[in-house]
Design a protein around this ligand. Structure first.
Ligand SMILES: Cc1cc2nc3c(=O)[nH]c(=O)nc-3n(C[C@H](O)[C@H](O)[C@H](O)COP(=O)(O)OP(=O)(O)OC[C@H]3O[C@@H](n4cnc5c(N)ncnc54)[C@H](O)[C@@H]3O)c2cc1C
Ligand code: SF4
Length: 850
């Protein structure tokens, strides 16, 4: 097509939605029917505004640019940065810019977004007052704080953020990153009033305060106080109280930038926004409006997902399609100041007759609520605060019947895959881009995609907020496996390396923090897949406590609290009992502690004692007493050595040919605390009768007349597998050396969450190869493997003792509710078989007949 016959589309505004529009139009305009000119007043190409706060964690602003330069090199696309559209002449179909030019259009797309509003309070324009919308805003804020800090190095700086919604908490996070002690002031009775209810708001507030940010709710700002030179020095509230402040950030909402439309005589909504129909066209057929500036179905949307949908609709209409805006919801999942918050569907339970199932533990800092239809079958919405790990599985189920008991989504994730793999095809997985489970599966089966990256590029799933990525990966991998295609091994969107490659890279480079590692070896900001993997690799390399540096925020829920979260929101405590051997005094101490804290006790399958029902603020007190009694962490919460189960062996048993308990204790003390891709279990039997069921373990040791047989790669669980014989009649030293090498080799080369059984099945050359590596040093790495295990043994420290000795780590277990000792009134307990247990959410209880 010649350029003369091309239609000219002018886009006013170069933000996120404009970018999506240009991408969508160019991707589908096969005949180059349109050329596009994008005019934006910011001095840079469109960037990821949602990720603005990462600017404070040292990211180069250029990292935020959307989509690379490719689109701007397209000969049919022109970007005019730093240029403001100042007027629209609808008669001549021409826009004018602040540079005095006129640009003719065949179709005009208004994508001018919103501006951050300052409330009408006295002093709002004083020096030191900021808004939080653009890269320039945050750069100015940073510059101002840095200048202040050099002028007042003798005292802490104070900041006030006006507004306790999403933006306010983002801004408080930014101030915190700049070392400014901040207070969030919210007019409503709770934080994030649009996303969470009172229960969620209370937990969110506790979590935010726990991070050192003060919160004032039900508080109206009346004046910004300033000294004579016009610089901020404080804040006054409607009740007459005041706070000192060096810097004030207004995060009180946004207003559509609809001034161009107004002056061109186009209709705007009651609360602003250019009125458009479902095809995103204004009353002038030559003008569309998309994104935050558009008023569609009578409202404006302050989220990026509806804007992206509008961009797709507008592009489709120009190309002759009949797409129309299907509506949107306000589902959001965010990590604010490191705290998970998610809200989706009918979060506030407005549907008639709906039921709410909630789970709250103010002490543990977790609040979860599901809203269900009146027959308790269909999921309508929900709120998750403190732990949003089930969001990816739940969000697509809105409007669908849950296939399991709702409580399965409320209790913490187990070792098995989270619910969600069997989603129906019509369930929406990526709400930002409206991509269904069927579309993801179809990308593999019909479009030939072979990796998550390809599925993302093909469907756009996971390309915006990224909260659905773990689910996209599971669906993609599942579809690939069903199609008999080998799954790409890159860990996730952020790392093209496999876990094994990343392990090697971290080992070689000596990097020690997640931000350094992702900067060097990955891209983006990380996700729920790669963060725990990096945490585990750093722990396997013995680089320090799992809650040290930036690692606390990377850990899974259980590692986060060094305890196992239970379905009632309390934790279980498992002290190590090596080889299952415990002295009567030790037993008495455990019993005494269980009695003092009213803990339910049970002997586990791994021959130790599990103490259930501990509230998070009780954990340090319980562990203080356990440590004083000579116990240490049993790592029941970690992907690490769990237990070494043993029979009584030659000490007591008539058939025993070796001291199985002695060997089990030795092995457990050697490998305790060893972090690995998945949990590790061992067993030692004193003879071939195998009472310790050692062949169901990752490493199983069975006594022979001449020593020990070693079996590897066994497990119970979903797919039970008997371990395979690796070597026979080993002496004690030979056995230990073989297990050392096997474990370290596995830890370095396995995939994430891959147990030894699956690893061995996939290991090229299988058991033969492993035998050669361990006994013949076929890879020339035996000395390295030995040294790595020796380093682990020498550097082992009890994780809980370290916490008890460190006030900073201890602080995370401090209660932040007013009456910590008062159990949550929503939790109900009953006494069964002489012990206190939570009342089951559903299901029958077995009574014991005497
Ligand atoms: C800190 C922060 C965090 C956020 N987090 C989330 C989140 O987690 N989830 C979510 O869904 N949303 C989030 N948002 C909101 C999201 O960024 C917006 O919904 C999205 O950017 C809207 O895109 P848009 O293109 O409509 O507007 P914008 O991105 O604002 O782009 C409009 C552009 O047009 C320019 N412009 C305006 N008028 C003119 C003119 N006359 N001439 C030329 N150029 C003009 C503006 O300067 C701007 O660059 C967040 C926003 C911020 C600030
Ligand atoms: S495995 Fe052998 S030694 Fe151990 S308890 Fe059973 S019979 Fe006795």
């Amino acid at each position: 097509m010649t350029s003369q016959s091309q239609q000219h589309v002018v886009v006013a505004g170069a933000g996120m939605v404009a970018f999506r529009f240009v991408e969508a139009l160019r991707a589908r305009d096969d005949g180059d029917r349109f050329r596009v000119t994008v005019i934006g007043d910011e001095p840079r190409p469109p960037y990821d505004r949602v990720a603005l706060t990462t600017y404070f964690t040292g990211r180069d602003p250029e990292d935020l640019h959307l989509g690379g330069d490719e689109i701007w090199r397209d000969p049919h696309v022109t970007l005019r940065k730093g240029t403001t559209v100042v007027a629209v002449d609808r008669d001549t179909q021409r826009v004018s810019t602040d540079r005095g030019e006129g640009v003719d259009y065949d179709h005009l797309v208004l994508a001018t977004g919103s501006y951050a509003a300052r409330p009408p309070v006295e002093g709002r324009d004083l020096r030191g007052c900021f808004v939080y919308r653009t890269i320039d805003d945050v750069a100015e804020l940073r510059g101002y704080v840095e200048t202040l800090r050099s002028a007042h190095s003798d005292r802490p700086l104070h900041g006030v953020v006006v507004g306790g919604g999403l933006l306010g908490l983002e801004a408080a996070g930014a101030l915190q990153a700049l070392g400014v002690k901040s207070t969030v002031v919210e007019f409503a009775p709770r934080l994030m009033p649009l996303q969470v209810d009172d229960g969620g708001g209370a937990v969110l507030r506790s979590l935010i305060e726990d991070l050192g940010v003060s919160v004032l709710t039900d508080t109206a700002t009346s004046q910004v106080l300033g000294e004579r030179r016009g610089v901020v020095e404080g804040m006054r509230f409607a009740d007459g109280s005041s706070l000192p402040a060096d810097v004030v950030v207004f995060a009180t909402g946004v207003r559509p930038r609809d001034e161009l439309a107004c002056s061109a005589g186009l209709s705007v909504g009651e609360r602003g926004g250019v009125v458009v129909d479902a095809s995103c066209v204004t009353e002038d057929p030559a003008i569309s409006a998309i994104g935050e500036v558009a008023c569609i179905e009578g409202r404006v949307w302050g989220l990026v997902a509806p804007g992206y949908t509008m961009a797709e609709v507008a592009a489709d209409r120009l190309l002759g399609g009949d797409a129309s805006f299907p509506g949107a919801d306000s589902s959001t999942k965010l990590k604010l100041l490191g705290v998970d918050v998610a809200s989706f569907g009918d979060a506030f339970g407005s549907a008639p007759g709906c039921l709410e199932v909630s789970y709250a533990d103010a002490v543990a800092g977790v609040y979860k609520k599901l809203v269900l239809s009146d027959d308790a079958r269909t999921l309508l919405g929900g709120i998750l605060v403190g732990d949003a790990s089930s969001y990816a599985a739940l969000r697509p189920m809105v409007g669908q019947q849950l296939r399991t008991d709702p409580s399965a989504y409320l209790v913490p994730a187990t070792d098995g895959p989270p619910p969600g793999d069997d989603l129906p095809d019509d369930a929406t997985v990526c709400s930002c881009n409206n991509v269904s489970a069927g579309a993801i599966r179809g990308a593999v089966t019909d479009q030939g995609c072979c990796s998550v990256a390809e599925v993302k590029a093909c469907t756009r799933a996971g390309t915006s907020c990224g909260s659905c990525l773990p689910l996209v990966k599971r669906l993609t991998d599942g579809a690939l496996e069903d199609a008999g295609i080998s799954v790409a091994k890159g860990m996730c969107e952020h790392f093209e390396l496999t876990r094994a490659e990343l392990f090697h890279a971290v080992q070689v480079t000596g990097l020690r923090t997640f931000s350094e590692i992702i900067e060097r070896h990955g891209r983006g900001r990380g996700c729920d897949i790669c963060k725990p993997v990096v945490a585990s690799i750093l722990a396997s390399l013995g680089t320090g406590h799992i809650l040290g540096d930036d690692r606390g925020t990377l850990q899974d829920t259980n590692d986060h609290m060094l305890a196992n979260l239970q379905k009632d929101g309390t934790y279980s405590v498992v002290p190590r009992i090596p080889g299952g051997e415990v002295t009567p005094d030790g037993l008495i101490e455990i019993g005494r502690i269980a009695k003092e804290f009213d803990l339910y006790t049970k002997i586990t399958g791994g021959q130790r004692i599990d103490l259930f029902g501990a509230r998070v603020e009780q954990l340090p007190a319980i562990w203080r007493q356990l440590v004083d009694a000579g116990f240490e962490s049993g790592h029941a919460y970690g992907k690490s050595l769990r237990t070494v189960k043993s029979c009584v062996g030659s000490s007591w048993c008539r058939y025993g040919v070796q001291d199985s308990v002695g060997m089990a204790v030795l092995l457990e003390l050697r490998y305790r605390g060893l972090r690995s891709p998945h949990k590790l279990k061992l067993g030692v039997s004193g003879c071939a009768r195998e009472c310790a069921e050692a062949r169901g373990k990752d490493a199983g040791v069975i006594a022979t007349d001449n020593g020990w047989n070693l079996y590897v790669g066994g497990n119970g669980g979903f797919t039970p597998r008997h371990a395979t014989l690796l070597a026979e009649d080993l002496d004690d030293d030979g056995l230990i050396r073989a297990i050392d090498r096997f474990f370290i080799y596995y830890i370095r080369t396995a995939d994430r969450l891959q147990r030894t059984a699956a690893w061995l099945e996939e290991l090229p050359g299988g058991i033969e190869h492993l035998r050669e590596v361990v006994f013949d040093d076929s890879l020339g790495i035996a000395a390295e493997l030995d040294a790595a295990m020796e380093r682990h043994v020498a550097s082992y420290r009890d994780e809980w003792s370290d916490v008890l000795d460190d006030p900073v780590k201890l602080a995370r277990f401090t209660s932040f509710v007013n009456a910590a000792e008062v159990p949550d009134p929503d939790l109900r307990y009953e006494t069964t078989r002489g012990q206190r247990r939570p009342v089951l959410i559903s299901g029958d209880r077995l009574e014991v007949r005497s």
